[in-house]
Write a protein that binds this ligand. Structure first.
Ligand SMILES: [Zn+2]
Ligand SMILES: [Zn+2]
Length: 272
């Protein structure tokens, strides 16, 4: 199976490359397909989601590329729907459901904006207890399929984006593991795929993909399904970290990953 990346962002939201540049890069990199997953609009000011008025041009740009590349590259029209994004009426080929923000008594906080913002949220909203923030995050994550209608769970443990070296909390702590596994078990009850996502590696925030190995092993033991995505914010990063992601999948017991082909997700052996 040729490489596929269903998690890509463009200049319609917080990406650096246009959809045309992303599609050209996908073809040049030997991909058989590409999926666009612009951030759905959010009901509060932010610098990363699509604006309401960008949705129609985003859809038109992706659908035009589908025509342009017919027979050479499959082009899928997707959406990354945050748990706080209102439902959109239009149809998409697939949705990625993600928790980027939490509503707190102090207002909406972002878990993945910057290390400084994360530290500030822990201090202001959780009394300095970063594990309490993580527990809050996983309470939301447990509901991401129900609330977004997604087929793919995006970066399941995004709350660890700035936590390498256990900077904010101990990922081996019983509280952390219980919160993460409870959310994972809730999602494993549903017919969804889990990303192995290399986006934070490409942007220099992490050295390994999401999710952590203990979570991937749990997904494998519970017969969950995974797919590899780049969460790419530029054409240059389209397949960044794919070899590490495939190796991680294999190390956690998987022998296959999933690909969107037409309207169905199908398995293919890991390319090792
Ligand atoms: Zn995301
Ligand atoms: Zn994304």
């Amino acid at each position: 199976m040729k490489p596929q990346n269903l998690h890509t962002h463009t200049t319609f939201c917080d990406g650096k490359s246009t959809p045309a540049e992303m599609a050209a890069a996908a073809l040049a990199a030997g991909c058989g397909s590409i999926g666009f997953s612009g951030h759905a609009p959010l009901p509060f000011p932010n610098v990363w989601s699509m604006k309401e008025e960008s949705v129609a041009p985003y859809r038109a740009a992706v659908l035009a590329l589908r025509e342009e590349y017919a027979g050479r590259l499959e082009v899928y029209l997707g959406l990354e729907q945050d748990i706080l994004s209102p439902a959109l009426a239009e149809t998409y080929d697939y949705r990625i459901g993600s928790v980027h923000c939490l509503r707190t008594a102090e207002g909406v906080i972002s878990v993945d904006a910057s290390r400084e913002e994360f530290a500030d949220a822990v201090r202001r909203c959780y009394g300095g207890d970063a594990l309490a923030l993580a527990e809050d995050y996983y309470r939301q994550e447990a509901q991401v399929v129900e609330k977004t209608g997604c087929q793919i769970v995006g970066h399941f443990d995004l709350v660890t984006k700035f936590n390498e070296g256990d900077r904010f909390f101990d990922e081996g702590d019983r509280r952390y593991r219980a919160a993460a596994l409870d959310a994972l078990d809730a999602l494993l009850e549903r017919d969804v795929l889990f990303e192995i996502n290399t986006g934070a590696m490409a942007r220099g925030c992490r050295s390994v993909p999401y999710p952590a190995p203990f979570l991937l092993r749990h997904i494998h033991e519970r017969r969950g399904r995974v797919l590899i995505t780049g969460d790419s914010h530029s054409a240059a990063a389209l397949l960044y970290g794919y070899p590490q992601a495939f190796a991680l999948a294999a190390a956690c017991g998987f022998t296959e990953s999933y690909y969107l082909v037409g309207r169905a997700f199908v398995p293919a052996p890991l390319p090792l």
